[in-house]
Ligand binder design. Sequence first.
Ligand code: PLP
Length: 405
Amino acid sequence: MRYDVAAVRAQFPALTTGTAHFDGPGGSQTPTVVAEAVARTLTSSIANRGSVTAAERLAEQTVAEARSAMADLLGTDPSTVIFGRSMTANTMDLARTLARCHLWGPDDEVVVTSLDHDGNVRPWLLAAESVGATVRWAEVDPATGELPVAALQEVLSERTRLVALPGASNLIGTRPDLPGMVAAAHDVGALVHVDAVHLAAHAPVSREELGADLLSCSPYKFFGPHLGVTCGTPDLLEGLRPDKLLPSSDAVPERFELGTLPYELLAGTTAAVDFLASLAGTGQTSSRRTRLEAAFAAVEAHEDALRVRAEDGLSAIDGVTLWSRALHRTPTLLFTLEGVEPSAVHRHLAARGVNAPASHFYAWELSHRLGLGAAGGVRVGMAPYSTTEEVDRLLEGVAELAARR
Ligand SMILES: Cc1ncc(COP(=O)(O)O)c(C=O)c1O
């Protein structure tokens, strides 16, 4: 089946400006259906969750639908889907809760990686620090951008309580061997938290198939509103006692959700998952999970072709270094141009209607391991709405700047 990028683009009002949005890894553009779902819910007759009035039932239904949509996207049970303000906020809360409830102490170890966004590093470091536990680092190979399973195995021991893993790098796109890493962590009896924020926008994820104990993502990376979602195994969640208010529900997952849920954003999240599921144009006959898998296959083929075009074009430009080198990776590239600050490349491209920002993008350790420091590089992220014309515009812009040096 042909992937119809024009039909996809027609659903994004933001794209009518003509700007090429390669800034999707920071947050995607939003289709009309998502914005409409948010507005409709916000202006509906709606109340706090309950079963007496239609307004209460609408809130209840909105929450149930969003849990079910995210469960289909993440391959987990709806009862294990926790909504929060952001992945970072969810992980901060979770790390504190795990350290306290699982009685981490000075004899325990926590493993983080230098491939991760700081949102999957600092919360675990802070939690470990608060109880005197030791932190060990699984190191990325800066030459290849790979994080081999062996790098994790080197720092695992029977003292490891938790391993925080990246689903994919938001800076250079590396997709490590997650099943191999989860298995290695489980071999020593450790729990695993997967940061799927970057991965979930580009590939199907299944927490259950992966065997991950905990997994997080952020709907605003895949056409949804600004929220964070964390899911986990039912038994693990049941055994945790997060900080909460006394009268609020002690049921899982509500126990983990502080205050009133943003119903309008949850409705937008459901709409975003349904929009994603529609991208392969397979109709409504199969399950949403099946449609999501078909959609990701179509999107991956489209985005990968663009990635190859961008990589081929960039590597032909004198002075460009490409930092995205892993064998298996998302369509997210990082490059630098010799003698030009990444921020100057960003500004030059912006003036040509090409949005490709420059930063470390909070992959703080990785940017430093690569020798790029706080300046980082220029990130080019393909999205389902990206086109070959946009890639060519990007390449022309970089070539023009390179020639001017
Ligand atoms: C890989 C990755 N992890 C975590 C985060 C943080 O997500 P949030 O903004 O929902 O806290 C981001 C955001 O860019 C990310 O790309």
